[in-house]
Ligand binder design. Structure first.
Ligand code: BTN
Length: 245
């Protein structure tokens, strides 16, 4: 019997202000579409199945009903903060939630991929909306190997496949919302400096030869603005990182 992310299962586990209100649907086009501008910061939208889930750079995001975490969060960062940094901050929060709940080591492939042993188990999509940011997080949780997508750039992973057993999705979601709130608050206070040590510790790309757009080189960490540094001196704002053989 699959678990459910219905409010009755999740709301009792929420301790902070993220996830309030908690909007839940069994099916929707994309949780990114559910958060209206009238809602307060911290509102979360969660569903069991998306019919038009989206990823970065115009890609799609798909998962069988009831297997994964599909969550969007409404944030209103102050104008003096650089909103694109939120995808990095969310990556650290999601990595910590997975480690806390599943005990699995998670690395981050800049800018937004969550990896287990080099395989992608989740991703972050930050979209600007009417002066707010809608932060979408997709985590492959209880998919079997056969249920994972086959058309992905990186080999796919789920927590279930990595762990060998199913995970409690409500507990993972509550941990994710709590870690997001803690890291968001730290970012409001200190900026990206608050997340940089964890980003550095989890950096999948460091030391690997990569290609981003027209630039190639060996990844050499992130700078204070969250840009990817190459040993050539390039500092990249965003883009698709391909690993060079
Ligand atoms: C990526 O890796 O390209 C980002 C994937 C983000 C997927 C999540 S699932 C919840 C939210 N709703 C969407 O349509 N996309 C994000």
């Amino acid at each position: 019997m699959p678990d459910s992310l219905a409010p009755a299962a999740v709301e009792p586990l929420l301790a902070g202000r993220f996830g309030r209100p908690y909007l839940y649907r069994t099916r929707c086009t994309s949780t990114q579409e559910l958060l209206g501008a009238d809602l307060p910061e911290g509102a979360a939208a969660v569903c069991e199945e998306q019919t038009a889930g989206r990823g970065r750079l115009g890609r799609t995001w798909s998962a069988p009903a009831g297997t994964s975490l599909l969550c969007s969060l409404l944030l209103r960062p102050p104008p003096e903060r650089r909103a694109p940094e939120l995808a990095l901050v969310a990556g650290v929060a999601a990595a910590e939630a997975i480690e806390q709940t599943a005990g699995l080591a998670v690395s981050i492939k800049w800018p937004n991929d969550l990896l287990l042993d080099g395989r992608k188990a989740g991703g972050i999509l930050a979209e600007a909306r009417d002066g707010a940011v809608v932060l979408g997080i997709g985590l492959n949780v209880n998919q079997t190997a056969e249920e994972l997508p086959t058309d992905t750039r990186l080999p796919p992973a789920s927590l279930r496949v990595a762990l060998g057993s199913e995970l409690d999705r409500p507990a993972l979601l509550a941990s994710l919302l709590a870690r997001l709130e803690a890291h968001y608050d730290a970012w409001l206070g200190l900026g990206l400096a608050a997340a940089l040590p964890e980003l550095e510790r989890r950096d999948f790309l460091r030391g690997r030869r990569v290609r981003v757009g027209g630039a190639t080189g060996v990844a050499a960490g992130l700078d204070a603005l969250g840009r990817l540094l190459l040993d050539t001196g390039d500092a990249l704002e965003s883009g698709e990182v391909e690993l060079e053989p």
